[in-house]
Design a protein around this ligand. Sequence first.
Ligand code: GLN
Length: 484
Amino acid sequence: MIEKTATELARALHSGEISSVELTKAYLNRISALNNQLNAFITICEESALEQARAADTRRAAGDSSPLLGIPLAHKDIFCTKDQITSCGSRMLHNFTAPYDAYVVERFNAAGAVMLGKTNMDEFAMGSSNETSFFGPVRNPWDTERVPGGSSGGSAAAVAADLCAMATGTDTGGSIRQPAAFCGITGFKPSYGRVSRWGMIAFASSLDQAGPLCKSAEDAALMMNVMAGPDRRDSTCAELETEDYQAGIGQGLKGLKIGLPRQHFAEGLSAEVELRIRDALAEFEKLGATVIDIDLPNNHLSVSAYYVVAPAEASANLSRYDGVRYGYRCEQPVDLEDLYKRSRSEGFGEEVKRRIMVGTYALSAGYFDAYYRKAQKIRRLIKNDFDTAFNSVDVIIGPTSPHTAFTLGSKTDPVAMYLEDIYTIAVNLAGLPGISIPAGLCGGLPAGLHIIGNDFAESRVLNVAHQFQLATDFHRQKPALKVN
Ligand code: GLN
């Protein structure tokens, strides 16, 4: 039962084939059998999960048939949870308990979903491999010597290994889509502003967006029906009415125009991954779509622009961790300055410090125009490229990542790590929705197919992904994990 999609589980719960308590126990057993190997969960909430499961069963017995009622999920440890630690993968917050639930957590609780625990992640969501976590790296269920991707690597590994039915993640430059690709699952980043950031620990506020990691596009639609805004507590959350995403995924693809960006099929893309994507495009053509070559001429500037904008925002957001109000505090500070300095030096890891330094530099008076303002101008050019492309196509398709999961410890150069997001980062800079879905295996490791939509075209993106999954079964492929 645990290998099923959330949509299938909802049916099984509804028909009475299984209870939420039984299902929750099955996942908790799976977690205790496999988490030692994978390190996907930082916190496991056994007692409260069973309590929520019992409450869900009671609600169902009383006639409630909410779609996610009783379905076990995991939250990335970037979402504040009232009675559980929220660490953001950092020593800085390793013992921090938030006084409130994030909007996303509130919504899943209200929907009756069962929270199994909190998942591991790169520290403050900075990374592409989950190796920057204070709690140690997560391992990829397809090959435990390899990374699961990042920063939502714990959520991706947990879903891929059936430690939960679905999970939440956040994506600032690729952190939902790239780990979804590396772990062979479905990961969806909504448009900027579609899901409230309230209670989600801030990394780069103009880019951060929450979204689902799950087993199918249909499940992503189900989760989006719960997660999507509006929310007055996040002033950047769109006031747009949300759609019924489940109702939006039933359209055939006849006449769909797919744009193929030349820049996503250029140097650096693994030949094997390219083959999987080309095969998928042939499948889309069978479904009635046409494929058109397009250009995203400024894509090569996206990683550089991002690594000015994101660190700049991060340096401002992370100034709140001062050792005084909350979070890690150094031992026996001699004075206030020593308290700030040592709390921050000891509380943050290397990558986070690198970002704070780069961001502070880019924002300083003498360099603001040369770096920050210039990066913002490039951001506009990137958005213009997408606007032009969407005048002639409905969606843009390419690979999510240039290759499959790499081995742990193999990427030591920060810039090489930054280039991991070469196909995903522009989508965040432009605020667009994007999904990664499995496109088959390359040498036993999953490759991800990336579908990008225009502003707030979440339904279209989910529909295109769902139609592909109706015609193929790549999303059903599972890693062969051995229980020790
Ligand atoms: N890998 C990118 C970074 O390190 C993106 C991370 C993310 O999306 N949170 O910043």
